[in-house]
Design a protein around this ligand. Structure first.
Ligand code: DCP
Ligand code: MG
Length: 414
């Protein structure tokens, strides 16, 4: 029963998903399922009641199974700007180097190399302070055009390995290498070697079943190293991980948690969803998953989406078609709102309804040429439901788009 409750809010955002809609869905679920405890003003999260939380010790096997399907690499160049400067001025090798504004102009460092970091110098540190910590620090001005050019070369190398790349900044990107034939860690090694061969710059990588884990892992063997967390290692990896490593936990949240006696993700896992919502608002729902190493955000490449959909996993399986139809209507409203906001001009080629049953099998009914109306989705629901008649744990509804016309073809038409 406990495992089931964890699994309930599992959802797949997909390239086609909408974060806000999923938050709404999660909240809707939470409010309908756990309203009494949510509304209880007396129930406050404390280390004491956390120990007895019903969520204590729950492992989410379903989620981990689903995550097994993905292999994500987070690639991050080492002290990027500083490394470029040192590469271009070999006489600086081995010396502490920072890049940024001069002390005289109240400058701030954008970054510094690892030699400087030994002295406690950091990114975003005022240069005067960095020089107090490391009097021999060599401070160089930024050369953004060079950094951008280098970033473009690196991006080009990444594209030789996969096209599912989500750049986060000039020197950082997520790669979804799920369908690459090589093992992800070997692939990361290969990518880093290729980058070094071309640019003479080192990088670090994290390999994991999702973005959260990959990103945290990329810091572990930095610089010039990598670390892999296999799906079956996620639970152990999270157990002793400081909560601060989770994206969204800043200094303030960290302090809040420390007051509650929580330093690690393992400790945070003792809290139930309503308890986390009490403390963090809706972010608490996300936190519940993140501290277990669950993160279903897709790697979102900068390219037109092929489909747009939304889905919901239900707290209680839906046994009848009528119950499914009721939910379908809500999902339909959500997906249409999403469609209007994000892809109002794209040509829709197909609509689909996806069902996941209580035995975790799935089926998708889709049809070309059917307009995205409630009636259309209803007929697909009927078809999909009719295939098994089993209780339904998840419904997804969505549309698929026609390939956008290449720019050259558009020009031809002018
Ligand atoms: N940067 C910046 N201001 C900051 C942080 C970073 O301008 N506050 C720039 C300089 C970095 C680049 O972005 O070189 C990449 O940022 P990272 O956080 O990846 O830092 P580094 O690559 O410098 O170091 P690391 O080896 O920790 O990745
Ligand atoms: Mg970096």
């Amino acid at each position: 029963m406990l495992v089931r409750r964890v699994v309930r809010v599992w959802f797949v955002m997909g390239v086609n998903g909408s974060r806000s809609i999923h938050f709404r869905r999660k909240l809707r679920w939470l409010i309908s399922e756990e309203k009494p405890s949510l509304q209880s003003e007396k129930f406050q999260i404390t280390p004491e009641n956390a120990r007895w939380s019903p969520a204590c010790g729950v492992r989410n096997f379903d989620v981990q199974n689903e995550q097994k399907a993905r292999a994500i690499i987070h690639l991050d160049m080492d002290c990027f700007y500083a490394a470029i400067e040192v590469r271009d001025r070999p006489s600086l090798r081995g010396k502490p180097v920072g890049v940024g504004g001069a002390r005289e102009r109240r400058g701030v460092l954008t970054t510094c190399n690892y030699e400087a970091r030994k002295f406690g110098v950091r990114s975003a540190m005022p240069t005067f302070m960095a020089l107090q910590r490391c009097p021999n620090l060599i401070v160089l001005p930024t050369r953004f055009d060079v950094y951008r050019r280098e970033a473009a070369i690196i991006r080009g190398i990444l594209y030789q390995f996969t096209s599912i790349i989500e750049p986060l900044s000039l020197d950082e990107a997520y790669l979804d290498v799920t369908s690459h034939p090589s093992a992800p860690a070997a692939l990361a090694e290969e990518i880093r070697t290729a980058i070094f061969r071309t640019t003479k710059l080192t990088s670090s990588a994290g390999i994991g079943p999702n973005k959260l884990i990959a990103k945290i892992a990329s810091e572990i063997n930095k610089p010039n190293g990598q670390f892999e967390v296999k799906p079956e290692q996620v639970a152990d990896f999270m157990k002793n991980l400081p909560v601060r490593k989770i994206w969204g936990i800043g200094e303030k949240s960290e302090r809040k948690l420390e007051e509650l006696g929580v330093k690690t993700c393992g400790e945070l896992q003792r809290f139930s969803r309503p308890e986390l919502v009490n403390v963090f608002g809706k972010f608490g729902l996300e936190l519940y998953e993140l501290c277990r190493g669950i993160d279903d955000r897709p790697v979102e490449p900068d390219r037109p989406r092929k489909s747009l959909s939304t889905e919901e996993t239900f707290a209680v399986d839906l046994a009848t078609l009528e119950q499914c139809e009721e939910k379908l209507e809500e999902l339909f409203q959500d997906v249409m709102a999403d469609l209007a906001q994000k892809e109002s001009t794209r040509e829709i080629t197909k609509i689909f309804v996806k069902l996941k049953f209580n035995d975790f099998t799935r089926t998708t009914a889709e049809r070309a040429g059917l307009a995205p109306t409630l009636e259309g989705f209803r007929s697909l629901l009927e078809e999909a439901f009719g295939r098994t008649g089993k209780p339904v744990r998840l419904i997804g509804v969505g549309v698929r788009f026609a390939e956008p016309m290449p720019e050259s073809a558009q020009l031809d038409l002018l």
